[in-house]
Design a protein around this ligand. Structure first.
Ligand SMILES: Cc1ncc(COP(=O)(O)O)c(C=O)c1O
Length: 389
């Protein structure tokens, strides 16, 4: 059996994979098993912050793998403490809980919010408002938080306590928050899986006002938007407010599984010993990867993200078959006449790896993708979108 046949036979059939076997790569170029080259505009869904097998990252990770590959959370180790300090100092958050994925970072955020609200306002205060069209993960509780029915079907009963509001519907939001049983409002500032849809600033300001007024926690799911992706270290900076809790993962460790839940002043001490935990959370190798990634996300890199965003917008503006570019920084969704899924399949044949979100083509390239490679890929996108429309 070849790799594709073997995978189809033995791997649970949850993924509709593209028909290609990837073998190796460097930065924004990856190769398949036959030596064909692809420009990677997907980075494993916003994970490989500096592309695949980046040299600086690989050295940091392999050094740590040789020194101390794992220890349990019963002991202290340097990469964990250093990373928590770096995250807090760069954001103003006070403490961090480390896990392994975006869903787990959200689980921790939900537990922290419930704990805070119940300590402060009593057991009846546990509701969490999330948004329609959101995506927060695949565990039963984060599925329940996800405001898209198609993910709920066949997995009921869901975790209770989630209510959904349409983005922009300030009236319903106000009505729900005023009832007094809401612990938190949790949202993505750019709905990634929902089609790369940024929230309107005016709606976010309303959420912030209402949460402050009613002592309801503001939880930002920055699993996809975080770690430089939108041109700021975290996307809330684009909106000019400070959440109480931020969850992040994906690009944080640049290709290794690491989730982080950042806890602000109100919730920094909400957990006591034994309230939460994770065997692999804060794994030293993952933390070393994240230290390497975060220390490279400086102003020059963030300016580069914005510059690349401008290149993408300018190149695709008014192109045949392309109707608009949405999103922020290097998290962009493109409306195309032929539909994102069809275009992504054609692009693969022409040596470009791109993603989709709903019916849009989704681009999540490395934050440092060389501009020549980006331009080469954009020309292929333009050509292919014109051919297919
Ligand atoms: C906004 C958001 N939250 C949570 C998740 C879940 O993350 P993970 O797949 O690492 O559990 C994702 C994944 O796409 C996401 O985009």
């Amino acid at each position: 059996m070849n790799i594709i046949e073997k995978d189809k036979q033995y791997v649970a059939s949850t993924y509709n994979r593209f028909p290609v076997v990837l073998k190796n790569g460097k930065g924004s170029l990856v190769c398949d098993e036959n030596g064909n080259r692809y420009i990677d505009l997907g980075t494993g869904i916003a994970v490989s912050t500096f592309g695949v097998s980046d040299d600086v990252w690989a050295i940091a990770v392999s050094r740590q793998a040789s020194a101390l590959s794992h220890t349990s959370n019963l002991y202290y180790h340097e990469p964990c403490a250093e990373l928590a300090e770096m995250l807090c100092k760069r954001t103003g958050f006070k403490k961090v809980f480390f896990s392994n994925s975006g869903a787990e970072a959200n689980e921790c955020a939900i537990k922290a919010a419930r704990r805070y609200a119940q300590d402060k306002k009593g057991q009846g205060c546990f509701k969490i408002i999330t948004l329609e069209n959101s995506f927060h993960g695949r565990t039963i509780t984060t599925l329940s938080a996800t405001g898209q029915e198609k993910f709920h079907k066949m997995f009921t009963p869901l975790t209770e306590g989630f209510e959904y509001v349409a983005p922009g519907d300030t009236e319903s939001l106000e009505m729900l928050i005023s009832r007094g049983d809401v612990a938190a409002v949790m949202f993505e500032l750019v709905q990634g899986e929902g089609g790369v849809v940024p929230l309107e600033k005016i709606f976010v300001e309303k959420i912030v006002d209402l949460c402050k007024k009613h002592d309801v926690l503001i939880v930002c799911d920055e699993v996809q938007t975080g770690n430089g992706r939108t041109g700021k270290l975290y996307c809330y900076e684009n909106y000019g407010f400070m959440p109480d809790i931020v969850s992040t993962a994906k690009g944080l460790a640049g290709g290794l599984p690491l989730g982080a839940t950042l806890l602000g002043d109100k919730v920094k001490d909400v957990f006591a010993y034994g309230d939460h935990g994770s065997t692999f959370g804060a794994n030293p190798v993952c933390c070393a990867g994240a230290l390497s990634v975060l220390s490279r996300i400086d102003q020059a890199l963030l300016d580069g993200v914005k510059e690349r965003e401008t290149i993408i917008r300018k190149t695709l503006k008014d192109a045949k078959g392309i109707n608009g570019v949405y999103g922020m920084g290097l998290m962009l969704g493109i409306d195309v006449d032929c539909g994102g899924p069809k275009l992504a399949s054609e692009l693969l044949k022409k040596g470009v790896l791109a993603l989709t979100a709903k019916n849009r083509l989704r681009l999540l390239p490395a934050l440092n993708i060389p501009k020549e490679l980006l331009s080469e890929a954009l020309e292929i996108i333009k050509e292919t979108a014109a051919e297919l429309c």
